[in-house]
Design a protein around this ligand. Structure first.
Ligand code: ADP
Ligand code: ADP
Length: 232
């Protein structure tokens, strides 16, 4: 099955006259080992869709599956476990703990989950992300791009089935953003990672294999294999 499947997903915030129909019947599949960008204007439902796909938010109607596991109607407790075991997140704010080193930040989720980190895999991730000489540094001693690469490495080391990235380059200058995007693409190409990235930046989206466009809570078009560097 695809890594993530949405079937006719709807989401309404509020009710009556104040109701906002954030998603109005979204059906989309995200293949394993693919890097997909979700684009659309502000307010088109990108964040809402990502939150619904990741089990961070409940949906009004339709179905969401992670792999072959239906998450629709799952209890909060089961959802929390499922996210911990199968899903990784990268946000606009890097969300690193300032008192821990880069290495400690990267290994924290495995430790919290009570899993011994796989050292060979850790080494592979660190080499792809290019952080070997920064592992003992604290976030305050790293550039924004390096901090976001630490956050990406933290998501990858846990070997999630899918990584959801919400505007991962939103706080970065274009050179640092390009570093992070190259690394995300490398994790797809070299490690088979599945990534779903929300962005309003066409340059960021051009790193993806596929771009899905949202407008007013509906998918309105799709583009496959945009060439990196093209402005969509
Ligand atoms: P995007 O990420 O594309 O900017 P969002 O998913 O954040 O879009 O928002 C989609 C629509 O839903 C917008 O009209 C937004 O104002 C509304 N919305 C989002 N979150 C909430 C919320 N928690 N309560 C009420 N309305 C919301
Ligand atoms: P993004 O920049 O990712 O689209 P926003 O800045 O629009 O996110 O929203 C930040 C948070 O506020 C999100 O958790 C979103 O669900 C919530 N939110 C967005 N729009 C509204 C709204 N109209 N009413 C209440 N909460 C909202």
């Amino acid at each position: 099955p695809p890594a993530v499947t949405a079937l006719d997903v709807t989401k309404v915030y509020g009710s009556g006259d104040a109701a906002v129909h954030a998603l109005r019947g979204v059906s989309v599949e995200f293949a394993r080992g693919a890097f997909t960008a979700i684009m659309g204007p502000s307010g088109s439902g990108k964040s809402t869709l990502m939150h619904c796909l990741a089990g961070l938010d409940t949906i009004g109607g339709g179905r969401v599956l992670l792999g072959d596991v239906e998450i629709t109607g799952m209890s909060d407790r089961r959802l929390t476990l499922l996210r911990r075991d199968r899903v990784g997140f990268v946000f606009q704010a890097f969300n690193l703990l300032p008192t821990l080193t880069a290495e400690q930040n990267i290994l924290l989720p495995s430790q919290l989950a009570g899993r011994a980190p796989d050292r060979a895999w850790f080494d592979q991730v660190i080499d792809v992300v290019g952080l070997r000489d920064r592992l003992k540094h604290r976030p305050g001693e790293l550039s924004g791009g390096q901090q976001q690469r630490v956050a990406c490495a933290r998501a990858l080391v846990a070997r999630p089935e899918v990584i959801f990235a919400d505007e991962p380059t939103g706080n970065l200058d274009s050179a640092s953003g390009a570093e992070v995007l190259s690394f995300l693409r490398a994790s797809v190409r070299e490690m088979g990672q599945t990534i779903v990235m929300v962005t309003h930046d066409p340059v960021a989206a051009s790193y993806a294999d596929r771009v899905v466009f949202l407008r007013d809570g509906l998918i309105v078009s799709e583009l496959h294999e945009p060439t990196p560097g093209t402005v969509l």
